[in-house]
Design a binder for this molecule. Sequence first.
Ligand SMILES: NC(=O)c1ccc[n+]([C@@H]2O[C@H](COP(=O)([O-])OP(=O)(O)OC[C@H]3O[C@@H](n4cnc5c(N)ncnc54)[C@H](OP(=O)(O)O)[C@@H]3O)[C@@H](O)[C@H]2O)c1
Length: 487
Amino acid sequence: MIKPENQILVIFGASGDLTKRKLLPSLFELFDRDMLPERFVILGVARTPFTDGEFRQQQKENLKTFLKGGQPDEQQLERFLEKVHYLGFNSDQAEEYPVLAEKISALRQEKDIPDRLIFYLATPPQKYSTIATALQQSGLSRPGRENGWRRIIVEKPFGSNLETARKLNHELRAIFREQDIYRIDHFLGKETVQNILVLRFANQIFESLWNRNYIDSVEIYAAEKLGVENRGKYYESAGALRDMIQNHLMQLMGFVAMEAPSAFDADLMRDEVAKVFRALHPLSVNDVIRGQYITGKAGEEMVPGYREEKGVAPDSATETYIAMRFFIDNWRWGGVPFYFYTGKRLQESRSEIVIHFKNVPHRLFSGICPHSSCNELVLKVDSPESISLKFGLKIPGSFFEVKQVSMNFTYNSLCNTYIANAYERLLLDAMQGDSTLYTRTDALELSWRFIDPILKEWEKDPLKGLTFYPAGSEGPEERKWLLHCNL
Ligand SMILES: NC(=O)c1ccc[n+]([C@@H]2O[C@H](COP(=O)([O-])OP(=O)(O)OC[C@H]3O[C@@H](n4cnc5c(N)ncnc54)[C@H](OP(=O)(O)O)[C@@H]3O)[C@@H](O)[C@H]2O)c1
């Protein structure tokens, strides 16, 4: 692998949760596998005052806690931390940006790094626009030399509805070029998600069946056992539709439903995803079931309901569960229902895509799948990632009775291959200038356009149609309506 060019990564919000749990552990993994640039600096900035030494010490403890796969080698850790610097800085104050510019310039000189900067926005989203504008005003958003460049990585949430997403896009694009804006969706960094493309477009056996003639329905799940934990305040302004559907599940669906691009190129790929989003049949509120968890038994333990969680209003109407059905109006998918299921405090954690194939035209055999098809392809997106193909076989010894069996492939059976986590992959891509797995403006706005009418309906009447489900259950019973109501 060719290493990325020498560069500086500036993380805004470096004293926060994302930096300690995801960004620095992922950067360490890349360092440990010798995939970072030869000359590379991570400059963390946030308001909390730290010296470089204090910040390194704190991150050292964090790395020991959050690195997966055992304790890191102490010397490697020290070598990595030498690349980490910190600046106490208030990103709201335009007058502080020259100090940031000076710090960057000093680091570049000291480490002999060209004028190549990535800004990673890991602050509260309300700051994104302020930071981008201040970067422009201070001259930091523009490279000074011919071989310099600027990139900006923006965390989710990217807007809270179509209007705010458009506004933010507009503001960022006035400062950075579209190809330099990396809107991160960590689902796209997962191996199994990228493998949807390989499975589909490197294998004739799947792709020839991948259409309305053979596929009965597609289900996409992102179910969690956990509740909102300590993110109640954030979740109150988001809810499951914004937090999971608009970004992660829509992107997964885009990969499942897109046409093959003519080449594996970032823009051609993203063109195809945008075409799918353009073909989405407008949603109606009746296609969306929303629920909120109430107190219930999660495993052996009684857990509080959503309205009793920290930071949540006692009369909150925020949904923690969504089941929805929708259609894609094009020749490949016309008439095939797609379903999204996502929620918190559910019986089991489940992140997967299930492709249900149609039943055979004439059933000769009895058995376990007499009324529905035996054939399913299950792509499990969360660890342990796997792919299973289900089909019917004869039960041994019986007459001709059919049983559904499964052919499984798990990623960890590729035991010699290190499986990078999503942030490792995406950070490395951004360092390399590859935006294939990042969301482009058009797809982002189209995904907001799809769910915006539902958000508006709920705003008019926040409690209308809100259902409740006990923590630890499979979700509201009403979810079953979607399967049984007329198409
Ligand atoms: N945590 C996750 O797993 C996760 C996952 C997906 C997306 N995200 C997104 O990532 C972003 C960061 O999330 P987080 O969980 O890390 O939040 P967090 O723990 O609240 O951290 C926010 C960071 O922003 C800094 N900050 C706030 N106001 C600032 C200002 N005016 N100037 C400079 N720095 C400021 C805070 O540091 P100071 O108080 O020291 O300034 C802190 O370092 C959010 O947009 C979130 O939606 C997070």
